[in-house]
Write a protein of this length. Structure first.
Length: 117
């Protein structure tokens, strides 16, 4: 915008008061910096070893309790588990019999034998 375009605006801006800094400006800035440093100091004290070690121990104990709850150790012995064949449903007996026949035929396969020359 050129000065000639709006002379009244430029005259008004020329009469505006200049911003003045307070005589205590530097002191107020230094106080604010110290206050911000105090905030970081509080955080550093909260994360001290005196509080961090017990908090870590509690967190580890909670994780162990959660793991123990969701993954309980198996109390069954391998002797008490029934045989795999006993777990087969009666409907699947025909399939098992067919698999036995297939395995018997597969053992005598022509591809397993070495060709004689």
């Amino acid at each position: 915008m050129k000065r000639e375009d709006d002379q009244e605006l430029w005259d008004f801006l020329g009469r505006a008061a200049e911003p003045e800094l307070s005589p205590f400006f530097a002191r107020n800035i230094a106080r604010q910096v110290r206050h911000d440093a105090g905030h970081s100091e509080r955080i550093r004290k909260w994360i001290s070893l005196r509080r961090l070690i017990p908090a870590s121990a509690v967190a580890i104990a909670m994780m162990a309790a959660i793991i123990a709850t969701y993954h309980p150790a198996s109390q069954k012995s391998s002797e008490s588990e029934p045989d795999v064949v006993a777990k087969i449903d009666p409907q699947d007996y025909e399939v098992v019999a067919d698999l036995d026949e297939l395995l018997a035929v597969d053992k005598g396969s022509l591809w397993d034998e070495k060709p004689t020359l």
